[in-house]
Write a protein that binds this ligand. Sequence first.
Ligand SMILES: [Zn+2]
Length: 241
Amino acid sequence: MKPVYRLVSVCLAAAFTLTSVFPLEAAGSGTPVYVSSSGKKYHRFDCKTLRSKKFRIELADAERSGYRPCLLCKPARNDDALYRVNIENIRSYRQVDIKKMPRGTLTRHIDGDTVHVTLENPPPGLNRVEKIRMIGVDTPETVHPGRGVEYFGREASDFTKKALLGKVVYIALDWDTRDRYGRLLAYIYTPDGGCHNVELLKQGYAHAYTRFPFQFLEEFRKLEREARDAKAGLWAADAGR
Ligand SMILES: [Zn+2]
């Protein structure tokens, strides 16, 4: 081996070892995952099994270093080409790029937070027609068999219908692709860059639904608080309680 090549390979080995031992907090723009100093698995940031000190590293580095994905928290995998806000490491609904999202038309409306979207060019993993449950929001029921029509359910349903039915929409995914009913879990964006999930919260048509983690959880909680303080929509009835 020529000395110059040996020097290059020694430098590369040293750099790789350093970044493995001391993962940098701001190590580029790849997908972040978390590992502990002792474990052999990589995790989502909020995994319950990550009790000891955790380090943020890039997914590609974790896989290269032999870490395996945690079976409990099911961290991000680069195994699909879908636009995911967790893979893009986006922390606010405003930071998305709708040009990268699958585009479709909202062809059927079920209620405030559930719709059907017909995609123009469904990427691998998605169907042409997807029943979508919007991430992080919960509108009062209108079609639930056991619960009947809840207060403000009709209004929330009409709001979504009026805003979206027949319109062009863009969809962004997050950690979980589908719920247990097989519905696609997504943020729905409009061509002007607005996020319908957010509009439901801002205008008081939905609660923030935080049972499962998602990238914009804190932001959605804050939006719900602001709507409640402003007595918007369904929160107006709380005024006298
Ligand atoms: Zn985990």
